[in-house]
Design a protein around this ligand. Sequence first.
Ligand SMILES: *Cc1c(COP(=O)(O)O)cnc(C)c1O
Length: 423
Amino acid sequence: MTRSEELFNEAKRYLVGGVNSPVRAMKPYPFFTARGEGARLYDVDGNSYIDYCLAYGPLILGHAHPEVVRAVKRQLELGSAYGTPTELELEFAKRIVKAVPCAEMVRFVNTGTEATMAAIRLARGVTGRKKIVKFEGAFHGAHDYVLVKAGSGATTHGVPTSAGIPEETTRNTLLAPFNDEAAVERLFKEQGEEIAAVILEPVIGNAGCILPKDGYLRFLREVTSEAGAMLIFDEVITGFRLRLGGAQEYYGVTPDIATLGKIAGGGLPIGVVAASREVMENFSPVGKVYQAGTFNGNPLSMSAGLATLRVLERGDVYRRLEALGKRIRKGLEEVSQDAGIETRVYGVASMFQMYFTGEEVRDYASALKADAELFLRFQREMLLRGIFLPPSQYECNFLSCAHGEEEVDYTLEKAEEVLRALR
Ligand SMILES: *Cc1c(COP(=O)(O)O)cnc(C)c1O
């Protein structure tokens, strides 16, 4: 028995399903990590893996980047929480405001979940309306407003709409298929005066990787503006990932409110709500929308996020990541063709996913048609060859600055070997 299996068997007695977040569940058991370095994870049995999960998105610089490590160590010596403002949070806020088009002010919270919860409350507070529109298969964290037809682990583990959420709450969450203009127009026609916001992942990274079709984000910008509703880009994945300014910079569409997380914390917990001054000043202590947190703007996350941003601001990080993204997407298309297996590969910048299907994937319903079982067999075989892909067709793969052509080419070689064996 491996050490991971031993630990897993024991963990199941103390932690539900042996894990602390459902996405980490893996059959027959997940490997237990001892450490991460650059593009690799090392497990407790001495195996190493090229990591395309990257903690589900935060680690754009790879594991334990020296500049991030140095910044956090330095801060830790100075204390880890004060309950007072710091210069660090001001410095970090200024840089985010400079980078992110919709941001004139920010509020730091602790997780992406908190950020979307606060953003939705803010939109409701500003508009005085109750309803929100969310897209099927999108995931905005694990809170009541949005856990309806949610992607990520909720889909993988068969509970896209969670038990335990009052129907009074979900009644105010309206659903639409992504990339469908008519469905959104219908909702606005029928209930437009009650809709506070449309919230979306501009690229859905929680149902694999689903791209917005040409003009779709602009369409959403227009319908929401016309109806007096807010447009919320949940950029917890895409923020600092597609570009320094996120998907709003990449696609040139500016939302009213953006939520950030993952990369923003440089590997430590974080969430960010960003918007214009006019909107943001509805938050307390200036306005009437309450939001608070003991660890908001916590100095360790601030220092890790700031160190990460400093590296990202430098040079040609995004051009390199984009080129590497193209290489792996094109490579995966080629190797599946050569192996005679029907797949569709999607992605942008340093995001990608390969669906086991011959049909176009443009929304949740078409993503669900892909062969998730075959994907899992692929994922398992890749793991045995030292390549860690997130263990679900409904997650996205990521590249980091620590990945290079060598890792990508090795991955493609192994992918071809596995695909041939799966046929
Ligand atoms: C991960 C994620 C969240 C939730 O962030 P947590 O930090 O896990 O709470 C919200 N929205 C999107 C798009 C995410 O990918």
